[in-house]
Write a protein of this length. Structure first.
Length: 259
């Protein structure tokens, strides 16, 4: 049953993002991405700091190795991003960041390969993190999956817009997104079979999952929210961030009642 949950959860992010991208206009998608970024910031930070890390540290008499793992995880994801193997950018022409003309063509790269490869590796890692969470606890798995889905939607929508503005047809851009999303399923299934025999490593792997959430939120999402904006736009950023934290809080309450 755990494997079925992992497959279902890893499929959700890709399917939701492709469905949203297919059903909405480009102008509406461009307006939605900033709100989704704020929402996913709250969900990622709340899940990492209020759920995954406490679960990992529970019952650990020596927390220093876990803190060292957290530091190593942050550095690892920093390195992956430096070599462009862990893309999580939502930037595209028309997103309000004053990108130069042909920015999307540069982002897409030759034939969209950089978008596809970077997102596939990112999604594969996300799938493995979902597997880790489900192996530790089913409810923690769903919380982790929700956090990843919350981030995957603006990420995939942003990449879809990049591909469209780079000259791809709507069908081809959607196909690229769907193909990269399948990497999460592969990561989840492979993670399930590789990690299951080593239950004693789960606390460390959960810390790695939390470091991924924290890194994405702090290194990519929060800097996007720090731009000077009219007070109404700033207020909406805060509202959506609080909504993200509230979603995590409600899930934690539900999980507490279940236990």
């Amino acid at each position: 049953m755990t494997l079925a949950y992992i497959v279902l959860a890893t499929l959700a992010g890709g399917l939701l993002s492709v469905t949203i991208a297919a059903g909405l206009t480009v102008s509406l998608l461009s307006r939605l991405v900033p709100q989704l970024v704020s929402l996913s910031t709250g969900v990622l930070l709340g899940t990492a700091l209020l759920s995954v890390l406490p679960e990992a540290f529970e019952g650990q008499s020596h927390p220093q190795p876990l803190f060292l793992t957290l530091l190593g995880g942050l550095l690892f994801f920093f390195f992956l991003e430096k070599v462009e193997l862990y893309r999580h950018s939502h930037h595209h022409e028309g997103d309000g960041h004053d990108h130069h003309h042909h920015f999307d063509q540069e982002q897409a790269g030759r034939g969209g390969l950089s978008v596809l490869v970077g997102d596939s590796i990112h999604n594969f890692c996300d799938g493995a993190l979902i597997a880790v969470a489900f192996l530790a606890d089913t409810q923690l798995g769903w919380m982790t999956a929700i956090a990843i889905v919350a981030h995957e939607i603006p990420q995939e929508v942003g990449d879809y817009l990049v591909l469209l503005n780079a000259g791809f047809s709507r069908a081809r851009a959607l196909a690229y997104n769907a193909l990269s999303g399948l990497a999460a399923v592969a990561g989840g299934v492979l993670g399930y079979f590789l990690i299951q025999p080593f239950q004693e490593l789960l606390p460390y792997l959960m810390v790695v999952a939390a470091s991924s959430f924290i890194y994405v939120a702090v290194a990519d999402l929060i800097p996007q929210l720090q731009r000077r904006l009219p007070w109404r736009a700033t207020l909406m950023q805060i509202v959506w961030l609080v909504v993200g934290l509230g979603v995590v809080g409600l899930l934690l309450l539900e999980r507490g009642h279940a236990h």
